[in-house]
Design a protein around this ligand. Structure first.
Ligand SMILES: [Zn+2]
Length: 425
């Protein structure tokens, strides 16, 4: 299958280019030619970017948006609301909700998702007849929604330090780490839920089971986790993960909000990436992570919408800079190209070949309009500081059109979301 597209402006690896023709063949770019006339190519509006990477997702958390703010609360009370949704899901409702959530992501320019999947089993932790029923529901959802999916089979063995799992947590857990490893053997990637949920003596087993696949871990999202880990083990979570062999070039630490200078050096020295989720971190009052310090230390940054209180990766990228501005009183903490690199970093999915518009790379494209009420007048070089998900017009994933004219190929996504979420209430 071949196609020729053209855009007046596009962000290529060397920078912004104009009058660009893209040739797509078998899901990859076969030619990229700036300074060319459109001819009879399909014209893409606005400015074209590589596909956005959503490196941290829990699809079912989408059901909580706009429902957790009444009483204020904390991260921990939010978690109770999340458990209540988890308790109601089965493979069919999980698939319906994830399809709608992934379709919303596609509308926002997301072409690939790393799903940090921990809702493995039925009520009470009883495995489904097919132990992969929930994971397969996510796969079917991503196929319908048109996004590339990396399912991270997540190890979750305890409710907290020296606390067994209880209630809905039982659905997340396995008998022991070896039972988890058996199920996760053919997953795209794996994850340690957190140092709270995976005891120290199991961390090395998870690291070994990863075998070069992506390995993700929630890290130091809340100060309480750091304090408990220091009390129990005399180590920060980062130091304990390092000691047990979890960190490394295939590892991605998610959040990494509350780090010491030694933690930052350890993440950088091991080649571990960090996925920041700014809209979640502000929603849950986690704090502002040390994004610039991590970047300066040599850590590769990526972005995730995590709990999906907001699904707008342009906003996540912008928030990297804006949160730094609030924390430091300085503008220009990140250059626009650095924000774009984080927005299009597909390495945490195990796909470092994606996220750039170049010959041989997967043909993922996002066309962002420059004539909407938000973007009119914006310099295409600075579109990240003006555009929102609503300005995404066209999205191609592996050369296939998933979104065109701002509409998803599945039709109206709002009713899909409303139906899937309503069915859980
Ligand atoms: Zn998360």
């Amino acid at each position: 299958m071949t196609e020729t597209c053209w855009a007046a402006a596009a962000h290529l690896p060397d920078g912004l280019a104009f009058d660009v023709t893209f040739e797509l063949a078998d899901g990859r770019f076969s030619a990229v030619r700036p300074g060319t006339a459109p001819g009879d190519a399909r014209r893409l509006p606005g400015v074209v970017l590589p596909g956005f990477a959503n490196a941290h997702s829990h699809a079912f958390h989408r059901a909580l948006r706009g429902r957790t703010h009444g009483g204020g609360g904390t991260f921990w009370t939010w978690r109770e609301a999340m458990y209540a949704v988890a308790a109601r899901l089965d493979p069919d409702s999980y698939r319906a909700l994830a399809t709608a959530a992934y379709a919303e992501m596609a509308l926002a320019g997301v072409t690939a998702v790393a799903e940090f999947h921990y809702l493995h089993h039925g009520p009470g932790g009883v495995p489904y007849a097919d132990p992969h029923a929930m994971r397969d529901a996510l796969r079917a959802a991503a196929a319908d929604a048109g996004v590339r999916l990396t399912v991270l089979d997540t190890c979750y063995l305890a409710g907290g330090f020296d606390t067994p799992s209880e209630g809905p947590q039982l659905r997340f857990g396995d008998r022991d780490v070896h039972a988890w490893a058996e199920r996760a053997a053919d997953a795209d990637g794996v994850a340690v839920h957190s140092v709270r949920a995976v005891p120290r003596d199991a961390l090395g087993v998870v690291a070994k089971a990863a075998e070069g696949r992506p390995l993700h871990v929630h890290l130091s999202e809340q100060p309480a986790e750091n304090a408990a880990c220091l009390r129990r083990h005399g180590l920060t979570p980062t130091a304990m993960l390092a000691a047990e062999g979890v960190l490394g070039p295939h590892a991605t630490a998610v959040h990494a909000t509350h780090l010491t200078d030694a933690d930052i050096a350890q993440l950088a020295g091991s080649g571990t990436g960090v996925c920041l989720c700014p809209t979640t971190e502000r929603d849950l009052a986690d704090g502002i992570g040390p994004a610039r310090a991590l970047h300066d230390a040599g850590v590769e940054l990526s972005l995730g919408s995590d709990e999906h209180a907001v699904v707008d990766l342009l906003e996540e990228a912008r928030a990297l800079e804006m949160h730094e501005r609030l924390a430091t009183g300085e503008r220009g903490r990140f250059r626009p190209a650095e924000l774009r690199t984080a927005l299009t970093n597909h390495a945490p999915m195990g796909r470092p070949d994606a996220g750039r518009i170049a010959v041989g790379a997967p043909a993922d494209l996002v066309a962002v309009r420059l004539d909407t009420v938000r973007t009119a007048g914006a310099d295409p070089a600075q579109v990240l500081y003006a555009a929102t998900a609503a300005d995404v017009d066209t999205v191609l994933v592996d050369g296939r059109t998933v979104v065109e004219g701002g509409a998803h190929r599945l039709g109206e996504v709002g009713p899909l979301l409303a139906g899937a979420i309503g069915a859980l209430r």
